[in-house]
Each structure stands twice: as structure tokens, then as C-alpha cells.
Design a protein around this ligand. Structure first.
Ligand code: ADP
Length: 398
């Protein structure tokens, strides 16, 4: 079986999966794991393979040591990169700027281009480059492919992609809307086209990727025309710990009046805001039990979250003019029936009617949750970014 190693390298962690690109979206990967706490005194590697979980605890100096240990652990249980038919390594790269609109085979020039984009993603791209460098040196004879989180949104119309700020400043500093979660929005929207039995070019859709990080996209005939994340993944919907859209003047106010540094405001808006900032929790299962118990902060957080989501859905309906499908995906979108019901409540005059029974069904399969007479079909489609990356990687490598 041909397998692709999919790597998602963060600043202190590496997520990895060995994926069969021909598997179904809901099948477990051949193997999966996580290298955690890189650079800290106590590191940890977990690996799942054949239903068993293996754990290795050891100090992990850097990404190189981490991936080396992970490969050794994989070899110990018979799924090391040299034990399997590895055809490609797929790397998730967060920021492709305006340079990348599609996945690329990694060469030294491509790595240099990803490095040039570090100012746009100072936390993410360096970690992605570390992962690429280490994996290329450990697996030099396997094609490596970069898949960009921003790629799908690269061709968005200027009216949606550009901000109304001083044009020269924007150009000089790459200030524009790039959008993120592109692999997921593209994967899910193509799946919906298949489910509707129509070419993607013939349908208009709204995709709602609601996880810890959340974003939505308006997709016209297969091409995105707008998305909620912006120059960074902080913009748009209210998220687990991120604020989503706020008045930019708040940043100046907190700096000038509250004396907060730029780094403190960054942490506030990225890590201490969103649902967590108001309710103290960011997991929707906990949030739901708190609202069930009548916790007022939890209700407030939930209502702000839904209000913002409905704002975006409404504006994308106008942007698209005609909507054939609205699709929920990712951890919250796939599991929280109450979020789906409230996000699209009372929109029958726009042809959107959720069937409460269909919406309650729990499944890991794609499913229709609107009524038969809803003119807009509403779907839940599990996303699988690793599988999408594996498919691109195999395609480019062969
Ligand atoms: P990310 O990839 O952005 O970290 P995910 O797409 O995995 O996030 O989504 C994780 C979130 O999904 C959790 O924080 C939780 O809020 C939500 N979630 C997961 N399972 C459930 C569930 N059964 N019911 C409600 N929410 C859930």
C-alpha cells in the first residue's frame, strides 16, 4: 500500500500521520502521532498504530531530534518510514502569501520562498521550515510536497482580498486578506459538489469550518470569493480562544490607556479571548454543560459566537446571490448539533430549513440535515486535511 507521511510542524510540536491517499475520509490513518514539548526538559511522543497506543518520554532538544525519535518509535512497531511503501511526504505550510496558489514539490528555491514569507507568519512559517528541513534530511530520496493553508484563497477578487488602508503601506508590507484553512474549505466544498452530483463550477456554497480555530468561506462555482480570516488567522468568527473581528481601535486603546504592550495585546486577542475569554472554557462540550446549568457567562459567550456566525452567513448569502449548499465541518461543526440549529434558525424565508431529527443524528459520515423542501441544502461533512494533503502529495510526486 502506497503511503504518504503528512507532517504539521508547530513551534514546539510535530503532528504526523501515515496516510493511504486512497482511504475513505473517515477511515483511521495507517499510523498517527504527536511529538510534544520540543525544547522543554520533558518531551513526549505518542504513536497510534493498529489500534495500539505507544508513548515515549524523553527530552527532545529540537525538531530534528523529535522527528528522529518518532521515526525510531515507528520502526520499533513496524511502521517506520523505511518499513512501508512511502511515496511522498506532505508538509502543511501555514502561509503561502501571494506566492503560492497550489501545492508545490519542495526544492531549495521553494524553501527560500517560504522563508521570505516569515514576516507574514512569524510563529508558523519558521516551524514549518524546521519540519521541512529535518524531514528532507532524514528522507532525502522521497519527494516532499508543501501544501499551503492560504493557497485556495489566493485568487480571491480584489474587493474581498484588499483592505481599505493606505495602498502603498499595504503593498510594502503585504497587508491583505490571505485566508486560512484553505485545504479544509477546498476539500469540503469539492465533497459537497460530489454529494450534490454536480460539477463544483455549477454550485454556490458557504462552508463553515468551526473548530478551535474557525473560518467560513463563500465559494462561487468552485472559486472562493470571500473568507472570514484575514491577513492573520485572528480575524473573522469568534473562536475558542481568539477574538475574531474587533474594532482595530481597541488595540490602540489598550496600548495607550491600559499600558499593555503589543505582545500582551497579541496574547490577549489570540489566547485569552473568544469563547474562553468570556466563559472561561473553549471546549463546546463544557460550554454546553455550563449553559444547561444556566451559567450566564456561558450563555453570553455562546450568544456572541452565534451572532457573529450568523452575520457572516448573511453577508455571504448576499455576496453569492444564490446559495445551493451550506456545510458545517471541523470539531464544532461536525459534532455540535445545537450550534448548527442556532446558526441557521428562523431562515425559512431564505429557503433554509434544518430538519431537527436529521440534525441530531450522530455519524462520522457526510449527511444532509436540511428538510427535503429546503431550497438550500445544509450538510455536515467531516473534514480531513491530512488526507487532502496526502492526495496532493501523491499526485505531485507521481
Ligand atoms: P482544531 O483543529 O482547530 O484544534 P477541531 O476541529 O479538532 O479543532 O475542533 C476542536 C473543538 O471541537 C473542541 O475544542 C470542541 O469545542 C469541539 N468538539 C469536539 N467534539 C465535540 C462534541 N462531541 N460536541 C461539541 N463540540 C465538540
Amino acid at each position: 500500500m502506497a503511503l504518504v507521511l503528512v507532517l504539521n510542524s508547530g513551534s514546539s510540536s510535530i503532528k504526523f500521520q501515515l496516510v493511504d491517499p486512497d482511504q475513505h475520509a473517515t477511515d483511521d490513518p495507517f499510523a498517527s502521532g504527536l511529538v510534544e514539548q520540543i525544547g522543554e526538559p520533558h518531551g513526549r511522543i505518542t504513536l497510534k498504530h493498529n489500534g495500539d497506543k505507544h508513548v515515549l518520554e524523553a527530552p527532545i532538544k529540537d525538531h530534528s531530534a523529535g522527528l528522529d525519535l518518532a521515526f525510531n518509535l515507528m520502526s520499533d512497531v513496524g511502521c517506520g518510514p523505511t518499513d512501508v511503501d512511502l511515496v511522498a511526504v506532505g508538509h502543511r505550510v501555514v502561509h503561502g502569501g501571494i506566492l503560492f496558489s497550489k501545492p508545490e514539490i519542495i526544492t531549495d528555491e521553494i524553501v527560500d520562498m517560504i522563508r521570505d514569507l516569515i514576516p507574514l507568519a512569524p510563529l508558523h512559517n519558521p516551524a514549518n521550515i524546521d519540519g521541512i528541513d529535518v524531514a528532507r534530511s532524514l528522507l532525502p530520496n522521497i519527494p516532499h510536497v508543501a501544501v499551503f493553508d492560504t493557497g485556495f484563497f489566493n485568487g480571491m477578487p480584489p474587493a474581498a482580498a484588499l483592505y481599505a488602508i493606505d495602498a502603498q503601506t499595504a503593498i510594502n508590507h503585504g497587508v491583505r486578506r490571505y485566508g486560512f484553512h484553505g485545504t479544509s474549505h477546498e476539500y469540503v466544498s469539492q465533497k459537497v459538489a460530489t454529494l450534490l452530483g454536480k460539477p463544483a463550477e455549477d454550485i454556490n456554497q458557504i462552508t463553515l469550518h468551526l473548530g478551535n480555530g474557525s473560518s467560513c468561506a463563500a465559494i462561487q462555482g468552485g472559486q472562493p470569493i470571500d473568507t472570514s480570516m484575514g491577513m492573520t488567522p485572528l480575524a473573522g468568527l469568534v473562536m475558542g480562544t481568539r477574538s475574531g473581528d474587533i474594532d482595530p481601535g481597541i488595540v490602540f486603546h489598550l496600548h495607550r490607556t491600559a499600558g499593555m504592550s503589543i505582545d500582551e495585546i497579541d496574547t490577549l486577542l489570540n489566547k485569552k479571548s473568544g469563547v474562553k475569554g468570556i466563559a472561561g472554557v473553549n471546549d463546546f462540550r463544557e460550554l454546553r454543560s455550563m449553559t444547561d446549568e444556566g451559567n450566564q457567562d456561558a450563555w453570553l459567550a455562546y450568544n456572541i459566537y452565534i451572532h457573529q456566525l450568523r452575520r457572516y452567513i448573511g453577508s455571504y448569502m448576499i455576496a453569492l446571490g444564490r446559495v445551493d449548499a451550506i456545510t458545517f465541518t471541523a470539531g464544532v461543526g461536525e459534532n455540535a448539533d445545537f450550534v448548527r440549529a442556532d446558526a441557521l434558525d428562523n431562515l425559512q424565508m431564505y429557503g433554509i430549513i434544518i430538519d431537527p431529527e436529521r440534525n441530531k443524528i450522530r455519524s462520522d459520515q457526510p449527511r444532509l440535515i436540511s428538510t427535503d423542501d429546503s431550497t438550500v441544502q445544509v450538510w455536515v461533512v467531516p473534514t480531513n486535511e491530512e488526507l487532502a494533503i496526502a492526495r496532493y502529495a501523491k499526485q505531485l510526486a507521481s
